[in-house]
Design a protein around this ligand. Structure first.
Ligand code: BMP
Length: 265
């Protein structure tokens, strides 16, 4: 069972170079917290990235909500990622034909492929989504990049059923492009079994169970121990706290303790 194995041992099983890197980073830095930096101003994102940087393994962006985007913002974000040792994930949720996702990944204002270590993609279009994203990268660059595939969502009433999950798992674990898949975004340990993939689980908050727009929350302990999360994604639980740095530390401590407990049992 993958949830019983340590991140160190799973790093050796990973087929994606990025998954290996992230497993090792989590183990050495002792954090399985991903910050969802969903803020609209570049400086606000850089500010939380600097404060929370020591406690996170991953910083997740929605770059299309940044009102004052510039290349300088990306350069600054990259230097914070380097200083505090975390990776960058653009939560783009690609969902189009191969040719279009290839253009969306590399071109336009954001040039996502030039800076995001990881991106997210829906499996709705099938395998061609991986081929399309890979096509945007040079032959060597694909070793420095990875994708998390969406196999489940935390939104209430979402349309994903068991068949869709099962087929998403196949895309993540079978075929020529599995070296590009670092993990799966999902809500349950049953969604996939392969220990070389990371389970990223959003919808984590300590003291709320829903928001007003369909988001469903669980506690850090519940997502790690009952749902199989390897990385817990926290946005508003940290961003709306009076002390952002302290909140990041609390989420990091609780997610990490839950993981240590899980592998010890
Ligand atoms: P918050 O903790 O503030 O609810 O933020 C959750 C983050 O995770 C958002 O950036 C959202 O886009 C993302 N997310 C999610 O909430 N549920 C999913 O199923 C997939 C996601 O990427």
């Amino acid at each position: 069972q993958r949830t019983k194995l340590t991140y160190e041992s799973r790093a050796n099983l990973a087929k994606s170079a990025l998954a290996k890197r992230l497993f090792n980073l989590m183990a050495s830095k002792q954090t399985n917290l991903c910050l969802a930096a969903d803020l609209n101003k570049a400086d606000d994102i850089l500010n939380v990235a600097d404060k929370c940087g020591p406690y996170i393994c991953l910083l997740k962006t929605h770059v299309d909500i940044v009102e004052d985007f510039s290349e300088g913002f990306i350069t600054n974000l990259q230097s914070l990622a380097k200083r505090h040792n975390f990776l960058l994930m653009e939560d783009r949720k690609f969902a189009d034909i191969g040719n279009t996702v290839s253009l969306q990944y590399a071109k336009g204002i954001y040039k996502i492929s030039s800076w995001a270590d990881l991106v997210t993609a829906h499996t709705l279009p099938g395998r061609s989504i991986l081929q399309g994203l890979k096509a945007a990268l040079g032959p060597d660059a694909s070793k420095e990049r990875g994708v998390f595939l969406l196999a489940e969502m935390s939104a209430s009433g979402n349309l994903i059923d068991d068949k869709y999950k099962e087929n998403s798992n196949k895309i993540a674990t079978e075929g020529a492009d599995v070296d590009f898949v670092a993990g799966v975004v999902c809500q349950s340990s049953k969604t996939f079994a392969f220990p070389g993939l990371l389970q990223l689980t959003p919808g984590v908050k300590i003291d709320e169970s829903v928001d007003k727009l369909g988001q469903q929350y669980q506690t850090p302990e519940h997502v790690v121990q009952e749902r199989g999360a390897d990385i817990g994604v926290v946005g508003r639980g940290i961003l709306q706290a009076t002390n952002v740095e302290q909140a990041a530390q609390t989420y990091r401590d609780r997610l990490w303790a839950a993981y240590k407990d899980r592998v010890a049992k």
